[in-house]
Design a protein around this ligand. Structure first.
Ligand code: NAD
Length: 295
């Protein structure tokens, strides 16, 4: 199976390496030439444009920041759609607005190209060891045909409905993750103020009801004062903006999402948009004039 891969960033690079390891023939494109060189050394073919990737792909995977990037890569002059043939499939693994997934699917369908929206959860470490979770929207037969390809990069691949359902699921995931990190931050501030070591608190409660994958991943980063991304605050703002836009479009109200959105926005204005989202704790630290973890 000839696979195209566009978007070799924090997530796309290790995901693409796992596709190569599974034995697929892969052609890559990214404007970051350093990432492209790394994939070339791992066995990928290199294309000079999106169009060239399309020409070499039966199925094209995209892993880009947001919908404007996905549309640009697919639909611009020299973009992938110019090269893709009728009957081919785009698996967009970027996290984007589900309404945009439907728009992109309509545009691709004009040339007989099908879309699965298949965003992922898990972050860079899980992308590296191939244990991310993939949530997929789109036609069931297409999903079944490309299940093994998606599974080559992930621990679980679940179809949740038609086109757009994958990204709706991802928005739900991002709301839960952001609010979990905020709750963790607030709890650790309480511990610091009360002179109880948050590291010991973490060890005491991680196996109980409050324990979570978010806690296991983010508490150590807070303790170590390591806010290197990971998942950038700027990208989480993008996801929550998409969640709020979607909720307003379908007459839903998400008050907690709106609140954590403003926290992230304040962090961005404080110059921390490039930090990992575990830096949500920095907001609560400033509010309380105290630092969590390593002194
Ligand atoms: P990133 O910014 O590290 O990577 C994006 C890549 O796309 C870069 O290599 C960039 O050069 C490339 N790119 C952008 N525009 C391009 C264009 N026009 N042509 C060619 N290449 C182009 O982002 P990331 O962290 O890998 O995230 C990708 C997606 O996955 C986002 O939607 C993000 O929300 C989602 N996601 C990220 C994480 C995480 O922990 N980083 C976890 C789950 C989901």
């Amino acid at each position: 199976m000839r696979v195209g891969f566009i978007g070799l960033g924090i997530m796309g690079k290790p995901m693409c390496k796992n596709v190569l390891k599974a034995g697929y023939e892969v052609t890559v494109f990214d404007r970051n030439t350093v990432a492209v060189e790394e994939l070339k050394n791992a066995g990928a073919k290199v294309a000079a444009s999106g169009k060239e990737v399309g020409e070499n792909s039966e199925v094209l995977i995209t892993m880009l920041p947001n919908s404007p990037h996905v549309k640009s890569v697919l639909f611009d002059e020299n973009g992938a759609l110019e090269g893709l043939k009728e009957g081919t499939v785009v698996i967009d693994m970027s996290s984007i607005n589900p309404v945009e997934s439907k728009n992109i699917a309509e545009e691709l369908a004009k040339k007989g190209v099908l879309l699965l929206d298949a965003p992922v959860s898990g972050g860079e470490p899980k992308a590296i060891d191939g244990t991310i979770s993939v949530m997929v929207g789109g036609d069931e037969a297409v999903f079944n045909k490309y299940y093994d390809l998606m599974k080559s990069m992930s621990g679980s691949v679940v179809r949740v409905g038609g086109v757009g359902a994958g990204n709706t699921t991802k928005l739900a995931n991002q709301i839960i993750v952001a609010l979990n990190i905020a709750a963790l931050s607030e709890a650790f501030i309480l511990c610091e103020k009360a002179d109880v070591d948050p590291q010991l608190v973490f060890e005491a409660i991680r196996g109980g009801l409050a324990g979570s994958t978010v806690m296991n991943a983010k508490a150590p980063m807070m303790m170590e004062r390591n806010f290197d991304p990971g998942f950038r605050i700027d990208l989480h703002i993008k996801d929550l903006q998409n969640a709020l836009d979607t909720s307003h479009a379908i007459n839903a109200s998400l008050p907690l999402t709106a609140q954590i959105m403003e926290t992230l926005q304040a962090l961005k204005m404080d110059g921390k948009g490039d930090r990992d989202h575990s830096a949500i704790v920095n907001y609560y630290e400033k509010l309380n004039n105290i630092t969590v973890g390593k002194k």
